[in-house]
Design a binder for this molecule. Structure first.
Ligand code: HEM
Ligand code: HEM
Length: 227
């Protein structure tokens, strides 16, 4: 966007309250799940002079993992519902790259992101086509973590919800393999978060449309040439 030209800036209300609430609950739950999951997979041998029955830190770590797991599950259910009733930027079809224009935008954004090259204005006002595709992959990964996580949880819980997922464990050779793949998925989120936060900040700069703050206030800004 050339600074010298005169533009009219038009605010567009892009992210409704439910999308923003989903976003931040999802971010919080994911960080809690990854941190506690990492500790469950690599428990440090802590030495303490407490009586054994007074030290319950690992139980607390697991409690946070399982509590966040329910939050993560219901938050996704809520987002899927919103994909059918929310505004055009939150709709399910924005996440499916099916049109030629979407694929062209995927190429355009890849060039901007990988080569830091100027490629003209990005047409999408909501998620750009590449971002949408990545969020779809994140959704798939989240379903995978929910299925493997609750399948791991089922034998140690008498609650109703984990029981619904017990069948998924049957696809794995042993509980160890199930646990292994549940663990592997965590590294995908670590990669996603680093790239996502960087790209949101980078697009805030290249687009100059208020991307970074849009997930807080809901607004983005589009430029229209004057006259
Ligand atoms: C664990 C950390 C995070 C996760 C898992 C995450 C995940 C997501 C997801 C799933 C979306 C799509 C939202 C939807 O359509 O419902 C999204 C969009 C977005 N996120 Fe995050 N996010 C994280 C952290 C952050 C942070 C720290 C920021 C900084 C402000 C941020 C800013 C945004 C913005 C601005 C968008 C919309 C960007 C676009 O138009 O594509 N996110 N994020
Ligand atoms: C989506 C994000 C999630 C991440 C990043 C994550 C990560 C992890 C990791 C790394 C482990 C350790 C695996 C190992 O032993 O090496 C673990 C264990 C486990 N996770 Fe998750 N998890 C997630 C979601 C869930 C969900 C939704 C559930 C559902 C209840 C769940 C239930 C479990 C259970 C039952 C264990 C084994 C705990 C134990 O034996 O003490 N996780 N998780």
């Amino acid at each position: 966007m050339a600074n010298q030209e005169v533009h009219i800036v038009k605010p567009v209300y892009v992210w409704e309250v439910p999308v923003r609430i989903f976003h931040w609950i999802n971010a919080l739950a994911l960080v809690a799940l990854a941190a506690t999951g990492y500790l469950i997979g690599n428990p440090p041998a802590l030495l303490t002079n407490l009586e054994a029955y007074d030290g319950y830190w690992f139980g607390t770590v697991r409690f946070i993992h399982f509590g966040s797991a329910y939050l993560f599950l219901f938050n996704w259910v809520y987002r899927v519902y919103w994909a059918f009733v929310g505004n055009q930027y939150a709709r399910w079809n924005t996440f499916l790259p099916v049109t030629k224009a979407q694929w062209q935008e995927v190429g355009q954004v890849l060039v901007i992101d990988l080569f830091m090259a100027k490629q003209g204005e990005i047409k999408s006002v909501g998620h750009n086509a590449l971002a949408s595709m990545i969020y779809l992959v994140l959704f798939g990964a989240s379903i995978f973590s929910i299925l493997t996580g609750f399948a791991l949880y089922a034998p140690m819980s008498s609650s109703l919800i984990p029981g619904f997922f017990a069948w998924f464990g049957g696809f794995f050779e042993s509980e160890m393999t199930l646990r292994y793949w549940h663990h592997v998925a965590m590294w995908f989120y670590a990669l996603f978060v680093i790239v996502h936060v960087y790209l949101v900040a980078y697009h805030d700069y290249v687009e100059a449309r208020g991307v970074l703050s849009s997930m807080v206030g809901g607004w983005k800004f589009i430029f229209q040439k004057k006259g």
